[in-house]
Design a protein around this ligand. Structure first.
Ligand code: ASP
Length: 452
């Protein structure tokens, strides 16, 4: 059995929905279909989830919601009319939205917001089930409540209650036909609607794939595959990545590979379910398969990722290596200020701490530097801003010497200075820190060195 998830752009209009149904019908193993809310039809368009947020905000302000309500219904009506699905489903969606809006006074703000946001996927799943049935196959909508998708944590940022796996597995143990399941939300133990973070339909798909031990989790989106480098930086990248391992995926996602929400894959990865990223618009393309292991060609790299907005605290002190507790006290300063750190590369008499810019605003920087001076009495402390991290990733690097030299040579030839390097013990990646102004040139040079 395959669990497939279709994102908002795959369900933005009737033509797209027909493509989705073609894909589902093309393989009888595609039995569980997770859907997002309808997304953008064109670049200037608004996603249904965003329309719902505006609708909820208007209701919370106590203002008239007719226009915002109409904008949401219109999106579903357009699809239903074009596919000749009849009026009944639209009436049902209208009633559902009215029921939700009526709860504005009785729920807290965050609870109400989640109730409204969840309407996007919930109603879309109902509409898609009607559309699949209209094309002649047995299909039913399944609700997260009835199947036991229990969430916990904060509204808008909820997580799965792990006890849900057993319930979901039972709920899907015996069914026929195709199940259409809404992504993005579940219910708290108290029965309130709660949503995952934005983009959370990917998480729903991953959870269901794990719960039913699917053969594969197919994630249909609008790219042919995952590319080895960001096409905005290297526009002529053509070849996608055919297979990559979970480890490679994790390292690339860390440095901002945008195709997949990193958290979303956790349930599927833990259950060792292969994840296949595919394109709804080119269903014959095999896409990218992400799995536990793959055949590796020594000396190859799978991808190069870059992430901006880091800073680097550099602490120098002569004979630092002999001072017991230096690292602990340095980290204690950060802990006292509630600052999370990313990496801690060190030299003989220097220690760097790489931090995301957002965790070290200017006023905190001042306090941190003062505390470091007080606690550690260093020769020098310096905070460098505008740091970009580049990750070069590939299982194939483990077996080959000279990979790092190749990267350094590529950057040196482009006249780019490397501020810091870090290679974990896994050897599946190495990390370079450079000045953000050099990012594009650095990524282009590395891509040329490893891929052409
Ligand atoms: N519709 C939700 C969003 O726009 C969830 C999703 O599409 O995955 O964030």
């Amino acid at each position: 059995m395959k669990v497939c998830k279709f994102g908002g752009s795959s369900l933005a209009n009737a033509a797209q929905l027909n493509k989705v149904i073609d894909i589902v019908f093309a393989d009888p193993a595609r039995r569980i279909v997770v859907v997002s809310a309808p997304g953008k039809r064109h670049s200037g368009d608004t996603k249904v989830t965003d329309l719902l947020i505006t609708l909820a905000d208007t209701a919370l302000k106590g203002e008239n919601t007719d226009r915002q309500f109409g904008a949401v219904v219109e999106r579903y009506a357009e699809i239903a009319q074009e596919l000749h699905l009849g009026d009944e489903i639209i009436r049902e969606i209208e009633h559902d939205l009215m029921d939700r809006l009526a709860q504005v006074a009785s729920l807290g703000k965050a609870e109400f917001m989640d109730l409204m946001k969840a309407a996007g996927e919930d109603n879309n799943a109902k509409l898609v089930a009607v559309a699949v049935a209209a094309r002649g196959k047995k299909a039913r909508y399944a609700s997260p409540k009835d199947t036991g998708m229990v969430l916990m944590g904060e509204f808008g940022d909820a997580q799965l209650d792990p006890s849900s796996y057993a319930r979901l597995s039972r709920a899907f143990s015996n069914f026929d036909g195709i199940v259409i399941y809404p992504g993005f939300f579940g219910y708290t133990k108290e029965g309130k609607v709660a949503t995952f973070p934005r983009g959370g339909s990917d998480i729903t798909g991953s959870i269901l794939a794990a719960a039913v031990c699917a053969d594969v989790y197919e994630n249909f989106t609008d790219v042919d595959s995952v590319y080895p480098v960001d096409p905005r930086i290297v526009p002529d990248v053509k070849e996608g990545i055919p297979t990559m391992t979970y480890r490679e995926m994790r390292e690339l996602a860390y440095a901002g590979f945008g195709v997949f929400n990193d958290d979303a894959v956790i349930p599927a990865v833990r259950a060792r379910i292969p994840i296949n990223i595919r394109n709804t618009n080119h269903p014959s393309e095999p896409g990218t398969m992400i799995q536990q292991s793959r055949r590796v060609v020594p000396g190859t790299v799978v991808g190069i990722a870059s992430a901006d907005n880091f800073c680097n605290i550099v602490v120098d002190k002569y004979l630092m290596n002999r001072e017991i507790g230096f690292g602990r006290r340095l980290l204690q300063v950060l802990e006292n200020e509630g600052v999370a750190y990313e990496h801690m590369p060190s030299g003989v008499d220097s220690q760097c701490v790489i931090i995301k810019d957002q965790y070290l605003p200017k006023e905190k920087e001042h306090r941190v530097v003062q505390a470091i001076k007080r606690e550690l009495n260093p020769d020098n402390v310096l905070v460098e801003r505008d740091i970009t991290i580049i990750m070069v990733v590939g299982e194939g690097m483990c077996y080959t010497s000279g990979m790092f030299a190749k990267a350094c040579l590529a950057l040196a030839s482009a006249g780019i200075n490397i501020s810091m390097v870090n290679q974990g013990s896994s050897e599946v990646s190495f990390m370079l820190a450079i000045r953000s102004k050099d990012r594009d040139m650095a990524v282009q040079s590395l891509y040329k060195a490893f891929f052409s």
